[in-house]
Design a protein around this ligand. Sequence first.
Ligand code: C2E
Ligand code: MG
Ligand code: MG
Length: 693
Amino acid sequence: MQPLAQSWQPQGAGLPRRRSRRWLLVGLAIGWTLLLLGGLWWNLERSRANTLALAAAQARTFADHVLVYRHWNAKHGGIYVEVSDTTPPNPYLAHLPERDILTPSGRHLTLVNPAYMMREIFPLEQQMFGLSGRITALRPLNPKNVPDSWEQGALQALSAGAPEISSIARIDGREILRVMRPLLMQAECLFCHAHQGYRLGEIRGGLSTQVDLRPWWAAGRVHRWGMASGALVLWFLGLGGLWVADRQLRRQEQRRLRAEENLRYLAHYDSLTGLANQSQFFGKLDLFLKQRRGPADLVAVVLLDLEDFRRINNALGRSLGDKLLQIGAQRLRVAVGEFGWAFYFGNGVFSLLLPFVNEASEAGSLAQRALAELQRPCLLDQGEVHLNAHGGIALAPQDGLVPVEVLRHAEIALHAAKGGEGERVRFFNQALGIQAVERVRLEADLRKALERDELFVLYQPQVDGLTGEVRGAEALVRWRHPARGVLKPDCFIALAEASGLIVPLGEWVLWSVCRQIRQWREDQLVVPPIAVNLAAAQFRQVNLPLLLSRILKETGVEACSLALEVTEGVLMYDLEQARSTLVALKKMGLHLAVDDFGTGYSSLSYLKNFPLDCLKIDRAFVRDLPGDAGSAAIITAVVALGRSLGLLTLAEGVDAPEQYEFLRRSGCTRFQGFLFSEPLEAADFVARLRRNA
Ligand code: C2E
Ligand code: MG
Ligand code: MG
């Protein structure tokens, strides 16, 4: 057998999802950043446009004022001011006879026309408000009004009909807003300029103004900083929000993954033992069956069923039962080691899967090792407890090529191991397979047997030890099989119990016996109580007392005419439930007997709580009498126990006089066995009764 290198774990599906979430988060962060940058850029642009609009409004206001002064001056045909160094007589007005006048007080005044006045005002504006302006024209009279290149372009655009030209220029390293407005020829202007051929409304030049943008930018800077820092705060808030949302999502996902992991665990593992469950077993077995490299490559399945586990569970309590299961699981895990896997199927059934087995004997020795491990005493607080088990082994490919088939054959082998007297672990073989098929056929026949009335009852007398009188009888069912002849219960009762058919079968026996008793009564016969065997499934039926009272009522039979036999093992299965059922049956007036006493590990302390009438000593103890000292000691003890509890003791299977002699001397009072009578047909039983009388 080769040790296994690979481990087999269910794969988590969380990783790709986590990765895609991370990418989504990065995408959202980038998107958020771009959105904020775009918004900030748009706002800054708007703020810049607003600042420019304000600066342009200032330039326009400045120009409007200058134009108002020009208009006022022109309307008055010019104004006279005193001649000074800064305001000499205007050479361009030399042709006017009244350009210069002398006041009577001797002051020298000269005429100042609008253009001259404006040139005087511009330096003042510059000085006082930082606004500069000048007049300019494409064909200037005064060389001072010659346009620069920008002004030339702007004047041409104005001539082409534009109402205003503005642009930002960089002059001496400063950003300057330049605005050009047209100067139109007005009626007052023609007073001086008509001789030059100028016409009303014509564009003669432009008023060029400049606004230094630095103070405007400075004023807008606070606003822009506000916007930028607002955007920064928003950016952080957004990223924080994303982080929080991501954390929440991550937590949610972790919770979901944990829940999924739990579900996956529960779907694949047994939560009590921690071993993988049946569904994983099938998955894995399927995998290995497909992976086999050749016919020599064997895959072994070992099924192990804990013996009497249910009883141990009931006797010690569920929590200790669970503890034992955990110990058992751990031991199997160690036993199988690196050569395979252990699984738990529930109800005390484990399985071992051993792939890559070279020979059947390898699987056998590993199964024996596992069994030996299970059989080691378990040390609990309450003391030592011994586990035991039976095992069934099936090997692929010879015992099947698909998982269900291999498992079914392992089950058949287990069933054989449990039913047989010999080996605790058995391999599946063809003969077992045929037996299993036979069992299936027999089960189908048994189903029909009830409908076809193939069952009948024999009555085995139970006699008094002293007088030899018949004091009772046990009803024993037989099956007249159409092909196999009359079958004894050994051939079909276990099958009926396994298939659940025992319930209708047992009910049929009860009806049949009660009808027979009524018949005997009608025939004026005095019949002692007849004992009917109750199977475990019947005894555990909650409506058993109800059913019995219905049968008794409908057949008109008194309860004291009927005795019920329940095996010791059935009574010990669930002590409390057994007690309450027995009490109910006793209340009805039925006789109650413990069948096969001595074989079921009775809890003697409980026995006294049960309302019983009779202990039936099992045939196994009678068989070896009087030679076997052990059996003799048991018989003596059971009789003493029965006497102390006020119960009848009845020995079963008495078929030799020495046995009878020993039992009688031991104090046993009732006997049933071939020495007195075999089970009899109803008519023969009546004949025997009559002989009695
Ligand atoms: P049991 O209740 O212990 O019945 C006694 C068995 O011992 C009967 O076997 C009987 O024929 C056999 N026996 C009696 N005296 C002797 C003897 O001197 N020597 C030997 N070798 N055997 C003797 P049987 O009839 O084959 O029944 C076997 C078992 O089948 C019964 O054991 C009982 O557990 C079960 N059984 C029989 N009839 C019914 C039934 O109607 N319902 C249920 N649930 N089980 C039944
Ligand atoms: Mg019996
Ligand atoms: Mg018996």
